[in-house]
Design a protein around this ligand. Sequence first.
Ligand code: XMP
Length: 508
Amino acid sequence: MTGTHQKVLVVDFGGQYTQLIVRRVREQGVYSEMVPWTTAFERISAERPTAVILSGGPRSTLEPGAPDLDFSCLDGIPVLGICYGQQLMAKKLGGSVENASHKEYGLRNLTSKSGIVGVMDHDQVWMSHGDQVTSVPEGFTVTSSTDSCPVAAMENAAQRRFGVQFHPEVTHTTSGKDLLKAFLDEAGLVGDWTTENFVEEEIAKIRAMVGAEEKVLCAVSGGVDSSVMAALLIRAIGDRAVCVFVDHGLLRYREAEQVIETFGGHFHANLKAYYEHDRFFGALAGKKDPEVKRKTIGEQFVRVFEDHANELQGCDWLAQGTLYPDVIESGSPTAAKIKTHHNVGGLPDWMRMKLIEPLRWLFKDEVRAVGRLLGLPDEMVDREPFPGPGLGVRILGEVTPERVRMVQEADWIFRSELRKRDLHKGIWQSYAALLDVKSVGVMGDERTYEQPIVLRAVESEDAMTARAVHIPFDVLELVASRIVNEVDGVNRVFYDLTSKPPATIELE
Ligand code: XMP
């Protein structure tokens, strides 16, 4: 990201926790990036980071062709090897590694502690390995063991080489944070990376990158990433950040107003808010198929931009809310920061602008911290993920203004009752959806024949898998009662208990 900070490069050997190592280091106020083992030698040689961490990985150092690193690039740099990283360090420096008689997986207690492992207050550690170090290289001492792992940690303090067989980055290792801090201290990392200086430096970079006469087109949706990105651009270049908000009528209750109040009112942004309910509802009329609805909504977005081309054409840059996990996933953390935007199908030619990605070095929680610092309201900064097509994928069957109203009202009741009781914390997504059927009920003396609302609340780490949240039954009962009493057209409420897989998080 920047040459002015101390930096820890984390070499990824394919471990499932490597991103977590980067995050744990950043939590100590130290800037860190991940680098695949295949390009680590070049990057370490070129960047000379303050310290290097070698990650775990699924392979065995004993296998032919196993992930490797030429240690000559590490001369003079403090190194911590974790799991596979420790085994590789042992092998490279003259120790030995063997396949253990049985795989060790789960919680273990350290039976001894000295060296940097000595700072750990608790002994419980998370192990996940087949191979293990059986003899340490010359100059190293064994600083910790468990009943079944003779070299749970090793070090050569004089050369600032440290290794642990367990995973300090996972929360099951109760004192993992202390160990990482001890390593960072040994490596002379002072913790010079904060949200405040990220904001300051990013603003300076945006100003240097965007010419004095140039403008940046910045689409805001009300979501966390686009809101933080817009707030940062406004702080950097004022009204040359052209913020565009398309109110398609498919947002939740009061969300559109909040975007307009925040950006137009509070930030005095150069905000172009396009009220496009008729266009979207018109295009969606009569359409019931989920994929057709999604495509229709996408197309209408492009049309809005085409129709307002006159106003927007002067923009030289397009801001995109790429985050660090996307950068890592694309396999190219060093990819150029600026590239021409040719990869979004269907955009008009004039929208092929230079791309600017001011959040590309941040994890989601760091984006939220930046948003708070820039003065965005909590409701925006803490917003749950919300699909681009909005309530369009939460209304089964035809999307009409009347059906949107029903979902908005039910959704507001559900989520505000959760919030009142602090139950929203730890929930990944919670929402109300409308089914495309009718059922019979009775209200007062009247028979009703109306539509059912489905409530869904899931916990998840990354949206790939999800589980229904255990919401207290009395809260569900209260929410159901409020919805049928307060939302016209609804006479039944269901709670969706299905996990993902086999279901998905959204109903469509
Ligand atoms: P599913 O329903 O596939 O959703 O389990 C996984 C995550 O993706 C979000 N989602 C979308 N986001 N456009 C988006 O921007 C979409 O069309 C879309 N569909 C689903 C969903 O909210 C969940 O977080």
